[in-house]
Structure formats: C-alpha cells, structure tokens
Design a protein around this ligand. Structure first.
Ligand SMILES: CC(=O)N[C@H]1[C@@H](OP(=O)(O)OP(=O)(O)OC[C@H]2O[C@@H](n3ccc(=O)[nH]c3=O)[C@H](O)[C@@H]2O)O[C@H](CO)[C@@H](O)[C@@H]1O[C@H](C)C(=O)N[C@@H](C)C(=O)N[C@H](CCC(=O)O)C(=O)O
Ligand SMILES: Nc1ncnc2c1ncn2[C@@H]1O[C@H](COP(=O)(O)OP(=O)(O)OP(=O)(O)O)[C@@H](O)[C@H]1O
Length: 525
C-alpha cells in the first residue's frame, strides 16, 4: 500500500485554518472556558500524537484517564485542552460534561465540517461491511467519482491507500481523513461503522447520507455484554442525527426490528419476502455471484466476480446505496461487476493446482458454515471440503463450540490456532472441540501450529477438492503471548503448494498423486 496515513498530516500539506477555543465552546450549552482563549489547528485524543498548536482532548478510558496525560500533551506543544474537570495547568481549557461525546463535534468544527460536503455511506452489521464497501467503492470509481473508503482492511483517499489501524477511526483521525478527502477532490465515500465506534461516539459530528445495516449475530460480547447491547450500539447509526436515510437488510430478526424502530426513511432489502427490495434469484459459482433484485425502480440483474452466496446481499446493498446517493442505474450495475476482489474475502490462492485453495475472513459460526456450504457447491462431484480454522484469543469465548461445530460440516476440519494472544491455544481448540462431540474422529484433526495445519490440508487435497483457510483473511500478523508475529494465510498456503511442486499455472514437476499425510482421514473409495 502507498500513501500517508490521514492520522498524520503530510509534510507540505497546507496548514488548516485555526479555530478558537471560544468558538468551540459554543457547540455545547454549559461548556466553560478557563485560562483564556487559544487558536487550535487540529486535535487528538492521544497525548502521544499531539503536535504544536493542537487541542488535546482528555478522554477517560478503561485503563487511562487522559487528564493524567495532559502534561505530556503540553510538553508536545498542545495549545489548549478539552477536559471534563479543570486541571491545575497554565493553559486554556474548555470543560464539557463528557469529553468522549465532545471529541467528534470538536474535531468536525476544527476541520470545517468536511463530512457535510461529502456523500457518505456508513455501513454497520456483523458481516458484510468490508465486502459491501469495496463493491460500493468500485461503483464510485467506475462512475468517475473520486472516492474514499474507510474500513478494516485499508483507508483509500483517491489514489492513496494505507492499512487501517481500526475498522472505524477515532473521531479526530476520522475528521482529518474527511478533510483530506475534501482537499483531494473526493466527493463520495463509504465507511464501515463498528459497534465499538458507535458506542464510543467516534462518528459523532457525522451525518451519513445513507446508514446501512447488513445483519447481526452474536459478536463482541466481551465488550458489549449482551446481544441486546450490541444491537443497541448498532442501532445508534439509525437516528436522524446520524443518517438521512437507511438501507436495512431484513434477513434476520434484528433487521426487522431495526426497520420498525428506525426514525429516518428506510428501504428494506434482502432475500426475505418482507424486503421492499427483494433478491428473487441468486447463484454463485467459481466465476462469481449473480442476483436478480426486484426493487422500487424496477428489476435489475447484478453480477460480481466475488464468490459465495453471502455476497448476494452485499451486491444488493451496494447497488441500493449507489442509487441512494445518485449513481445512475447502469453505472451502478457496471461498477459492481468491476469489483474483482476484496482482500482476504474468498481470495483464491492459485499456483496451478487442480483443487481450489481459498482464504477467507469468516470468523463467526454463521460465516464459517456459509463458506463451507459455498465450498461444497464449488467442489467436484466427489470432491471434499477441507477447512482450516481456529478461534481468536481474548474475545468471544462463547462462540468457540459453535465455530467448531460449523467447521465440522466440512469433510475434514483442521482445528488450529488463530491469534491466541495471552490464551493457551490448546485450551481454545479444546473449547472448539466440544462443538464436535459425537462426530467421527476422522473428521476432525487438531494441529495447533497453523502453518502446519495449512500444509496438512493442502497436502491432503485431491483434484476437485476445496481447501478453505478461514478466520484471518487479509491479516498479516498474529498476536501470540504478547508478541505480534508475521503470519499471512495466503503466503503460507502458497508455500505449502510450492513445497508440493505447484509453482504457477502449470502442472508440477512431480506426480499429481501424492500420499495423504498420516493425520489425514482415509476417504472412502
Ligand atoms: C476496547 C476498546 O474499544 N478500547 C478503546 C478505548 O480504550 P480505553 O478505554 O482502554 O482507553 P485507554 O487506554 O484507557 O485510554 C484513555 C485515553 O487516554 C489516552 N492516552 C493513553 C495513554 C497515553 O500515554 N496518552 C493518552 O493520551 C488514550 O489515547 C485515550 O484517549 O478507547 C480508546 C480511545 O477512544 C480506543 O482507542 C480504544 O480502542 C482500542 C484501540 C481498540 O483496539 N479497539 C478495538 C476493539 C475496536 O474498536 N475495534 C473495532 C472493530 C471491531 C471489529 O469489528 O472487529 C474498530 O472500530 O476497529
Ligand atoms: N452479507 C454477509 N452475510 C453473512 N456473511 C458474510 C456476508 N458478507 C461476507 N460474509 C462472510 O463474513 C466474512 C467477513 O466479511 P466482511 O469482511 O465483508 O464483513 P465485515 O462486516 O467487514 O467483518 P469484520 O467486522 O469482521 O471485519 C467474509 O469473509 C464472509 O465469510
């Protein structure tokens, strides 16, 4: 990836005009200014990012109280503080009831409210955000609109792109990215809006042209506590303050509920008979996915070279969002067709081998099950589906047995580690195994070394099989016992194929008939 992060202003970029603290004070009734006025040119919530002339916003977090870091911020050149209790420091300070709530509007004001002059689509939901963002971004680009994309994989502003630290940037970084979009001539943007971001007010100060809901299943409960709270965080996108209109997938009960409670004009979509824009046909094969969508402005056929039936809803979502922000119908259709890949989402690893190897980000039980089903539809008549999957450490422990159970819908499941963090990888896999109790032992192989699990799966595959490597997608490192270790599923799969003699789109130097590894199950003849 190239370009500079929007969170660090580029050298040589024009200095933004300064805003007075007294002007910011007008944003909140009851805000109190002490220690005089000051001009601020930018802001941050992190003392380690402060530059001369910036406003330091002292947020109270779970581990730190930003107020304790105000001296460091001043030493770095902060010209003022946004606080929720006045500090005994000789610097202009603006006190507000809650700094976390105030950072977004403050950052928006400092940057001249750039989001107001962009058409922005914000996407929330458990699955499908990244894929739908790429489809929509492809539409904007194909329609000749300079575009922005903000999400889990990367940030793109026009021709510049760099990897993202978070799915949804912190408010100061987000507003700075929007300001850069304006400077670069961007008119339309699509961004993923995580439940964490909504809960933490990172998008306060933004009104999306379109707010989109894809689906919801239990995730991030270690943060939100209950599914109900998780849903509540997602639903915060669908208020008149946050979006002008909504697109809501009603294929699950949460979407139905959201559509009923949403207080902005909403269009529902999905496979469901309840959907106003309804997917009436959907097929997926190795070339991609094709759907027929019956929508208020007439029926339309959409195709994209993205494999997997879960993409049917993503195609519909991207089309409807494009139309909602004024992209003509034909341009929306052709832009979607041009979206040829999304990093780490059903991404094939092709070294010329006679079986399919695919890396995908599926890490919820539902997504794992859906990708196994897709793989089965792509396998040859007697082809097997091999899945390599683990569960991440430090989060969402409750979904491990179900993830194991879904993995075991494949012909062979290689249960392995996936960024275990400070947890014991063996204990994580043991929890996954509880979901496979009662299944034939030959169907589940435990191999804690992920590279070795990938090697075993690829080595066991025969012509017509599909090897699915799930959970890590585009990611290039794993957290293991406090260390970030480089690990890319795509690279490991390629290396395993290379070791077998598959080095390109040609037949390998040695025989195609390879012995199965000792651990691989014996398949019936
Ligand atoms: C779990 C979680 O969301 N934590 C967020 C929370 O952290 P926290 O409450 O622990 O903050 P803290 O460390 O106590 O710090 C409090 C304040 O002191 C500041 N500080 C701290 C130290 C210092 O030296 N100087 C300083 O100024 C911090 O910058 C912060 O403003 O508040 C911080 C400030 O807003 C966030 O940066 C932080 O997100 C962390 C980085 C994070 O990793 N979040 C993940 C879980 C997240 O948001 N993920 C979603 C996507 C999830 C998904 O779909 O997979 C995302 O949008 O990326
Ligand atoms: N609309 C969908 N419904 C269900 N599953 C989906 C959908 N789209 C994609 N998936 C599955 O979920 C995985 C993650 O997809 P994607 O990255 O698009 O979602 P996301 O919402 O951005 O996820 P995350 O928040 O974890 O980054 C894909 O690799 C695929 O297996």
């Amino acid at each position: 990836m190239t370009g500079n992060s929007a969170s660090t202003p580029r050298r040589g970029s024009p200095a933004p005009p300064a805003v007075l603290l007294s002007e910011l004070a007008r944003l909140w009734p009851g805000a109190e200014l002490r220690g005089g006025d000051a001009a601020v040119v930018d802001c941050t919530h992190d003392s380690r990012q402060v530059r001369p002339g910036w406003l330091f916003c002292a947020m109270v977090g779970a581990r730190h109280d930003g107020h304790d870091h105000a001296p460091a911020a001043l030493a770095a050149g902060a010209s003022a503080l946004l606080v929720q209790r006045f500090l005994d420091l000789a610097v202009p300070q603006l006190r507000v009831p809650n700094v976390r709530w105030a950072v977004g509007p403050a950052a928006a004001a400092i940057h001249g409210r750039p989001a107001d002059r962009l058409a922005i689509v914000g996407i929330t939901g458990t699955n499908g955000k990244t894929t739908t963002s790429y489809l929509l971004h492809s539409v904007f680009v194909a329609a000749g609109r300079p575009a922005g994309l903000l999400g889990t994989v990367e940030t793109r502003i026009g021709a510049h792109r760099w990897s993202s630290p978070l799915t949804t940037l912190e408010a100061p970084d987000l507003q700075r990215a929007f300001a850069r979009m304006r400077r670069e001539g961007v008119r339309s943007a699509v961004m993923e809006v995580s439940s964490h971001a909504l809960d933490q007010h990172r998008v306060a100060g933004v009104t999306f042209d379109v707010g989109m809901f894809t689906n919801l299943s239990a995730e991030h409960l270690d943060y939100h506590g209950t599914v109900e709270q998780y849903y509540h965080a997602k639903s915060l996108l669908f208020t008149a303050e946050r979006c002008r209109r909504a697109l809501i997938c009603v294929d699950d009960e949460w979407g139905v509920r959201l559509a009923a409670q949403c207080d902005v004009p909403a269009l529902t979509f999905g496979h469901s008979g309840r959907a106003e824009a309804r997917i009436t046909a959907a097929v997926t094969d190795r070339r991609g996915t094709r759907i027929r969508l019956r929508c208020p402005d007439g029926p339309v056929e959409l195709t994209a070279p993205l494999v997997g039936l879960c993409n049917a809803a993503n195609l519909a979502a991207a089309y409807l969002a494009a139309r909602a922000v004024g992209v003509p119908r034909e341009e929306a259709v052709s832009g979607i067709a041009l979206c040829d890949s999304v990093p780490g989402r059903f991404e094939p690893v092709d070294a010329g081998q006679p079986f399919l190897v695919v890396v995908d980000y599926a890490h919820t039980p539902g997504a794992i099950g859906a990708q196994v089903a897709t793989a089965r539809s792509l396998a040859g008549p007697a082809g097997w589906v091999h899945v390599v999957v683990g569960c991440r450490g430090g989060r969402d422990r409750y979904k491990r047995p179900e993830a194991g159970r879904m993995a075991a819908t494949a012909d062979v499941a290689f249960l392995t580690s996936d960024s275990p963090g400070h947890e014991d990888p063996e204990a994580i896999v043991a929890q996954m195994l509880t979901g496979t109790l009662g299944l034939p032992r030959r169907q589940v192989v435990v191999e804690l070394d992920r590279a070795e699990a990938i090697r075993l799966a690829v080595t066991a595959a025969r012509p017509g099989d599909v090897v699915l490597i799930l959970g890590r997608g585009h990611e290039t490192c794993q957290q293991v016992a406090g260390r970030a270790l480089p690990f890319d599923d795509r690279g490991r799969a390629r290396a395993a194929l290379r070791a077998l003699g598959w080095t390109g789109a040609r037949a390998p130097a040695r025989s195609r008939r390879r012995p199965s590894p000792a651990t691989a199950p014996v398949r019936p003849s």
